[in-house]
Structures are given as C-alpha cells and as structure tokens.
Design a protein around this ligand. Sequence first.
Ligand code: MRU
Length: 352
Amino acid sequence: MTIPLSIAWTDGQLVILDQQKLPHEIDYLTLETIEDVYDAILTLKVRGAPAIGIAAAYGLALAAQRHDAETVEAFLHDVRKDALYLGESRPTAVNLMWALDRLLEAVQKAGSVENGKALLIAEAVRIHQEDEASCRQIGEYALSLLEGHKRVMTICNAGSIATAKYGTALAPFHLGSERGRKFEVFACETRPVFQGARLTVWELQQSGVDVTLITDSMAAHTIGAKDIEAIIIGADRIAANGDTANKIGTLNLAILAAAYGIPFYVAAPASTFDITIDSGAKIPIEERKAEEITHIGSQPVAPLGTKVFNPAFDVTPSRFITAIITEKGIIKPDYYQNIPGVLNSYAEKGEK
Ligand code: MRU
C-alpha cells in the first residue's frame, strides 16, 4: 500500500503528477518554465492549496535560475515580477501568495545574483519539507479527534496529492491505515470536476483505506442511512474569525452536520490562515469556465450556450465548524480569540 505523491524536485527539475489525467492515466510532467507552472496550476494539473503553494515556490525558483540580471537589484525586480505573475494563477488558496511571499522574503538576503538563485531553491525545498511534516502532525491530531469514530464523510481531495504528503483531511485515514485503524470513508464526487471521484477515491484505494463514492446530492441521505459520525474537510483560506473557504459543496456538508448533530472538522496547515481578513466575506472566490458544468469531460450535458454560474469554492461560517485541526494544535471556538493563540504559541516555542 502506498501514499501517492504529486510533486518532486530532483536534480533541479520540477516534476508533477498530472492530476487532470487521474485516475485512469498516471502521467508525470516536467515543468520547465514559469508559464508551464502557471498553466499547471490554472488547469488543475497541480491543485489543492498546499500543493499549489509548493509548485508556485518551485516555479519562482526555477524561473529565477534563467534570469541574467547583473545586479542584485535587477534580479530582485525580475523575481518580484515573476511572483506577481504566478500569484494570479488562482485567487482563493492563500497558500499560493504565502509561499511566494516566503521566497521573496528569503531572497532579500541575497549577497549576489547566484546567491539569490540558491536562496530561492533552498526556501522552496524548505516549504515542501515543512508541509509534509505539518500534514503528518495534522493527521495525528485528527486521529485523536476522530477517536471512536469510524464512518467519516469528506469532499474534494484534501489528500496527499493536494499537499507534500499525507494531506490534511485525508491524513488521519492514511495514518490510520498504517496503524491498522479501520475507517470507512464516504467521498462526495465533488462536481463539477470530480476531485472526489477521480482523486480521493483513487488516493485512498492506493493507501488501502475503505472508501465509498457518493454523488454530492446523496450526502444528506447518506449521513442518515450510513450513520456517518463526522465530516472532515480541507481548506483554501481561513479568515481571522475561522470562516473557511473550501471546495464548492463544503457549506452544504457543514449545514448537514449541524442538522444531524455530528462534528464538522476543518483540517489545514498554518499556511492556509489569512488573519489579514476578519471574515470569510473578504475571501475572493474563483469562478471557472462554464464548460466545467455544461460538459462532463468533452461530453455536453446541457443545451449549448446555457447560462452558468460556476464558483469553485464556498465559505463555511465558523459557527458551523466544530474544530480546526492544524499542525500547531486543535483550535476550538471562539476562533477569533483562539486562532492567534494556537498559531503563535508554536512560534514562541521556537518551532517555526
Ligand atoms: O480546486 P481545487 O481542487 O484546488 O480545490 C481543492 C480544495 O478545495 C481542497 O479541499 C483544499 O485546497 C485543501 S487541499 C489540502
């Protein structure tokens, strides 16, 4: 049984698993230019908030290796321009800007252009490695919260392939599988582009986790019919008050969890928090092309020219969230008060 990975940096090359082609084709792509990285993020070849951040970090470092600026100032100017470009590939996941900002901060210390190039690569590798450790820790905390629970529902893919390894919402299932703890995971297919059906089901099967696929519209019935005990999801951006943007359909599940009286958990690393915004109302919601809804693959399912609204994410108000599971600890309401405490206490311990 293996936990699949989606990003590798080997001998200065950025290789990604093409998530558009999963699960029927396992294809790896070498991304050579900043445009390749931008396109891979935009077209969901690499997706999931932490993975987008990692890919963008490597993309910025990769592009910098080709710059022929003669002074550090000119080099930094080029790198900032590249960061602005990559930052526009997708708007909702804050991990993208967070990772690019970390590289921009690291490169400030450059003593020479060559040194700047090396600093960018080193910081991208650090972000990649830290994310794996964070996800593993999230998995440990999530396992403790899910103690006594077996049947769990999720949406989209907040898994190993959406991160460096393990995932966020799927981390407890991978760790559980390693330890012989049996979960029964119910994966919502996740319209419009089927991250649940194509990615979560495939990933959990690779890891030996019992997974059952349902359509998104079956969630309410399934919670009752299959006695679902908890819901766990990932996040693309969490505001200072705990409001959480995640894949469209997440809000439906949060409302259902409240109606059924079962816990609703958000699992996300510190890099997904955006405490510069006080509520979810300020989270930009990506809208994607109509064909994702009017077609399934290349097959049209709606009349040609149909008017479409295709938001890729929704925002779950924090009052529906039982706890937010981070690598730094489990955060419970009142989120506005408790988020800084958990995120900062870790920094004070010198662990970040
Ligand atoms: O559009 P996607 O596939 O990038 O959306 C991904 C999600 O909504 C995930 O749940 C989120 O990014 C967390 S991934 C650990």
